[in-house]
Write a protein that binds this ligand. Sequence first.
Ligand code: ADP
Length: 382
Amino acid sequence: MNTSLQAQRDIISRALDAIKDPLSGKGLIAAGRVENLLVSADGGVLFAIEAPAGEGPRFAPVRAAAEAAVRAVPGVSKVTAVLTAPAEGRADAPRKPSQKPPQTPAQSPPLGAPRGIAHVAMLVAVASAKGGVGKSTVAANLAAAFQGLGLRTGLLDLDVYGPSLPTLLGVAGQKPTIGPDKLLRPLMAHGLATMSIGYIVDPEQAIIWRGAMATTAVRQLIDEVAWGTAEAPLDILVLDLPPGTGDVQLTLAQRLPLDGAVIVSTPQEMALADVRRGIAMFEKTHIPVLGVIENMAWLETGGERLHVFGDGGARRTALEAGVPFLGELPIEVGLRESADAGLPFALAHPDHPLTARFRAIAAATLENARTAARPAPVIRFE
Ligand code: ADP
């Protein structure tokens, strides 16, 4: 960092330290609450404030005060501050839906009516009703498959309960930069334009995601990132949604100009009930469900398919609900190994039959998005 940038960083740190940590009474810097302070040469500033678990509401005004204090520093033209909390479960512990902070209805300024993202031709969400079904794995490999089909592809990790993209793509620890237009530049990973809340805050932290803050931060991730340019637009942006069918997902689905959503599920009966709820949510918001993907459909052992979690349930559920079924993905140890190695399976093994499955699912998704007209609003009398 050059000396003038370092000097500016020091001034910003002092401005932040003038704001008191409500717990220790010390300045925010002295109390160690500020993380990842990014300062760009043209006046952009980005940082995270860590609040202890459960202290989110108390820290919301602190975040606002810190943002205002930094904005008042000469030379600062744009400030983005996010609030984080230590994850309740560590990153190495399996994530359970019960570990999520409770969701309360969104009270934020609304995101506004759906509108397009500059220089992005198509927006497809990958959703799941529960965590742990492989949604992020599928999203990353689907993005790789779109790229394999010749599309310029972006991948946005909105899985705010535990962003996994930095690890999945092997870019953990790298930080996005801010351009002269004050917009964040996506991190390029294996040819994909990517952004994740995990690039901005420590991946072992969970953002305090109550409806209001989630929608605000998500808006920043969408509006304040230069996804493409007039010369090099993105053909498709894949959105890895947070798991669930609660308020956060509903708000996102309503406010983003989605061309459609795919739903990832495992074949279990329990999971399928959730899939039906997911389909209903998208239908309520008039977003085409481009299809259902059954993940962990079987385990191949000794040439036999062992249907560990049941047989064909997601296909039946999709057909019953009148939405397309996009295909099955078997349990494949290599998928997890690739994720751990930071290279999506579909890129690491371009000739593998599983990659062919991802490619077929990607092609079917595109076809369904092309033909799916947004259904007319249905008025229901209850
Ligand atoms: P989610 O985003 O739904 O929480 P992840 O994509 O993080 O789920 O996947 C959860 C775990 O399951 C990860 O360790 C991932 O590598 C593994 N996984 C996902 N799909 C498969 C699969 N088809 N075969 C083997 N492991 C899988």
